[in-house]
Design a protein around this ligand. Structure first.
Ligand code: UDP
Length: 446
């Protein structure tokens, strides 16, 4: 009776019970990007930061003082354009890590034996990063870390946020590394040049009528050199425990490998490349500051290009061979010689070379505005080490390549360019550069 009365009374007064409070709105997205401190990894992540920010996502980009000074022109442009990107500079404890002062980027590591030290010292950034992120308002909601920064997994866990792994290399390399690890293939291979069928590429097998084969020398996988065992374990574990994968590639450039990788990895995969197309407009002043301050005057370079590459890190003998080959080629060229390759002998030789070649050459000593050069209509070819960013930059600009891979993913990228995409020809190098004997450098005659 009481119950009935209550119901009638409610209905008569027309007062419905108050609606439940709306669920709290989800926090607005705030992504933290943690690149590996290497130009080929920082540059695409900077492009990704700007893409995310343009779509309304707040971004916090992690860097260190030396790297921040290299990308300063981009930071200034970001601030001027009011994109919601904050840059956090974490002091890099070089001395504590046993590295020379200022050694904050892979290309500043003075000798090969310091590479493992550099990679393991990156985890010294974990605690300072965690402290900085915990104090951020609004709080981060997601982290995207370069695959080579596995130490970020604990930071994301302590903040209780989702974490995606970013892969800078090509999917052909990522897939081969993944399945070779999965099937423990590296454990049984003794001959570095033995051709091994890559499992799981059924589309390739059906179309070509045989398996796609690679050798370990050209598909080395992640950190398989001695001295990197711990890092390798950490990298693989951090990838396994990530919530998803973001790759700087696009499905049409390597469809078989993207498909096959999506099938085996067991988590969401986003192909967001080519990220270099972020600077797709004709804004040369934006692209000329990509990655580092260019060691060349923009006006001078464009002026030369308007009236008409190579990016390879080489020893003295190799530089002289390349120079002599270019001289003999009789074609106009831009030749980029990295800071790390300069030495008195090279400088002396270059003096005469530049005099002789003054009418048809442009020699850049230091950082080149590569994206600008490749997008210029007069550039008809690109001699490249086949780094994945360089490959995407050439492909996106329709520039055919002469491929000269050095190590890592570059031999597989060469196969993609030469065999699958047919947008380049190989100079024919078979051994990674650190396996060359003293007298085995490629020579001018080819
Ligand atoms: N780059 C440049 N100027 C240089 C050397 C390199 O702009 O003098 C850029 C190049 O355009 C690319 C990146 O640095 O975006 C190198 O990345 P890639 O993946 O090609 O090479 P890796 O890092 O694997 O050696």
């Amino acid at each position: 009776m009481t119950k009935q009365t209550t119901i009638i009374s409610d209905s008569n007064n027309n007062t419905a019970p108050p609606p439940p409070p709306p669920p709290p709105s989800p926090p607005s997205p705030h992504v933290v990007l943690v690149p590996l401190m290497a130009q080929g990894h920082i540059i695409p992540m900077l492009d990704m930061a700007r893409l995310l920010a343009e779509r309304g996502t707040r971004v916090t980009f992690i860097t260190t003082p030396v790297n921040a000074s290299r990308i300063k022109p981009i930071i200034v442009r970001v601030h001027e354009s009011n994109l919601p990107i904050d840059f956090i500079e974490l002091p890099f404890p070089c001395t504590e890590a046993g590295l020379p002062p200022g050694c904050e980027n892979c290309d500043l590591i003075p000798s090969n034996d310091l590479f493992p030290t550099f990679f393991s010292s990156l985890q010294l950034l974990a605690l300072p990063l965690e402290q900085r992120l915990k104090n951020l308002v609004p709080r981060p909601t997601c982290m995207i870390n370069d695959m080579f920064n596995p130490w970020t997994a604990n930071v994301a866990r302590s903040l209780n946020i989702r974490r995606l792994v970013f892969h800078g290399p090509s999917c052909i390399h990522i897939y081969c590394s993944h399945v070779f690890h999965l099937h423990k293939i590296y454990e049984t291979v003794t001959d570095e040049f033995e051709e091994i069928a890559v499992p799981g590429l059924t589309d390739y097998d059906d179309v070509v009528g045989q398996s796609f084969k690679v050798c370990r020398m050209h598909a080395p996988g992640w950190f398989t050199s001695p001295g990197y065992e711990k890092l390798r374990e950490e990298v693989l574990h951090a990838e396994e425990t990530a919530d998803g994968v973001v790759i700087n590639t696009f499905d049409d450039v390597e469809p078989m490998f993207v498909e096959a990788y999506k099938k085996v990895v067991g988590k969401d995969v986003w192909t967001v490349g080519p990220l270099c197309l972020y600077d797709k407009d004709d804004d040369f002043s934006a692209r000329i500051v990509r990655g580092n301050k260019a060691a060349v005057d923009q006006e001078k370079l464009l002026c030369w290009l308007d009236s008409f590459g190579s990016l390879i890190r080489m020893n003295v003998g190799q530089i002289l061979e390349i120079g002599s080959g270019l001289e003999a080629s009789e074609v106009p060229f831009i030749w980029v010689i990295k800071d790390a390759e300069k030495c008195p002998k090279v400088e002396e030789w270059l003096e005469g070379f530049e005099r002789r070649m003054s009418l048809r050459s442009f020699v850049i000593k230091g950082w080149a505005p590569q994206a600008v050069i490749l997008s210029h209509k007069s550039v008809g070819g690109f001699v490249s080490h086949c780094g994945w960013n360089s490959t995407l930059e050439a492909a996106s600009n329709g520039v055919p390549m002469i491929t000269w891979p050095q190590f890592g993913d570059q031999f597989l990228n060469e196969r993609l360019v030469v065999e699958f995409l047919r947008i380049g020809i190989a100079i024919g190098v078979k051994k990674p550069v650190f396996n060359y004997g003293e007298d085995e450098i490629p020579v001018r005659e080819g």
